[in-house]
Design a protein around this ligand. Structure first.
Ligand code: SAM
Ligand code: SF4
Length: 323
């Protein structure tokens, strides 16, 4: 599927739930979230049908399951098993906070999951608990170890960098890559969802992050599905990436669309424009008709993210869109 700026869209992020067992400060408010009613959430059968009959024929080749926290949804391995066997899907990944990873890593791998991204914003237990409003860092590490042991690799550690919270730990994160094959990715804080916090602390640019890192980094050949650029301490086993969605407009290489847990397709993280495929899936609309609507919709993908910093009217949080 090509959009009007000739960008190839081959990557679908699927949010399987808006619910979460954490309340990270940059993602959701501590209280007062309105959860989507269960009967509005796409069933696994509906997600599979959307991928198999609509998305893959349009050229989607890569899937990432996200949320909310995808592992809080019952039998996630069952969904992965359904998606892993769809002809045409050549990359199947998951983004998680890692709290249930220790228990589920093996089942997810056996079901056909290829790799995993784990969010980890601090290496200090107390601080981690504060940023995530209750997360247990030790437990996340046990999950990371379990994922490495069963081969859910390359394993990426996602770090949202925030002024006054964790920007003093960047070198510690880079230090982790010296002897372990982790791919640490530093993410600029985005004004999606928790806009009040964003207004208070702003974002730390990748440029500034580079200045704060005391190691020398050299560029690597590694590329991913997304916009991160990868670097390495010479001789290290892992890499370091920067996701500079605020300071660098990488919309020119945007290859993705998103399916929300309640069955809306979004062609841009920063735009509230959505089309409702759930009604069509439930109403028996022919796949070709849904495909035509999606093809028309991606022509609306913006060329660049001018205005991202001005965004304040987002009606959904990151947990509802899936990051
Ligand atoms: N619960 C899972 C997790 O935390 O990895 C998956 C969903 S979470 C919404 C997906 C990613 O979005 C995480 O890596 C999280 O750190 C990131 N994220 C959430 N809010 C963000 C924000 N305001 N700016 C930048 N990244 C954000
Ligand atoms: Fe939950 Fe992930 Fe959002 Fe944290 S970032 S509150 S773990 S969905």
């Amino acid at each position: 599927m090509l959009d009007r700026f000739k960008r190839k869209v081959d990557y679908l992020r699927i949010s399987v739930t808006d619910r979460c067992n954490l309340r990270c400060q940059y993602c959701m408010p501590a209280t007062g979230m309105d959860w989507i009613d269960r009967d509005e959430i796409l069933t696994y059968e509906e997600i599979e049908r959307f991928v198999r009959e609509v998305a893959v024929p349009l050229g989607i080749r890569k899937l990432r399951l996200t949320g909310g926290e995808p592992m809080v949804r019952k039998d996630l391995a069952g969904l992965i098993a359904r998606l892993a066997v769809i002809p045409g899907i050549d990359d199947l990944a998951l983004t998680t906070n890692g709290l249930f990873l220790e228990q589920q890593a093996q089942a997810l791998k056996l079901a056909g999951l290829q790799r995993i991204n784990v969010s980890m914003d601090s290496l200090r237990a107390e601080r981690f608990k504060e940023i995530t409003r209750g997360g247990d860092l030790e437990r996340v590490w046990r999950g990371v170890d379990a994922a490495m042991a069963v081969g859910l690799t390359p394993l990426k550690l996602n770090v949202v960098v925030m002024a006054g919270f964790n920007e003093d730990e960047l070198s510690d994160f880079v230090g982790l890559t010296l002897n372990r094959p982790y791919h640490v990715r530093f993410i600029e804080f985005m004004p999606v969802g928790e806009y009040e916090l964003f207004k208070q602390v702003g974002y730390v640019s990748s440029q500034r992050m580079r200045e704060l890192i005391t190691y020398d980094l050299e560029p690597t050949e590694m590329t991913g599905n997304g916009p991160a650029r990868y670097w390495q301490v010479p001789g290290a086993l892992g890499t370091v990436g920067f996701i500079s969605q605020m300071s660098h407009d990488f919309c020119s290489s945007c290859n993705r669309i998103r399916l929300t847990a309640d069955g809306k397709v979004r062609h841009c993280l920063l735009s509230d424009h959505e089309i409702d495929v759930r009604g069509w899936l439930r109403g028996g609309t022919a796949p070709a008709e849904i495909q035509a609507a999606l093809e028309a919709d991606i022509q609306l993908k913006a060329e660049n993210h001018e205005g991202a910093l001005r965004l304040s009217g987002q009606s959904r949080t990151m947990s509802q869109i899936g990051g």
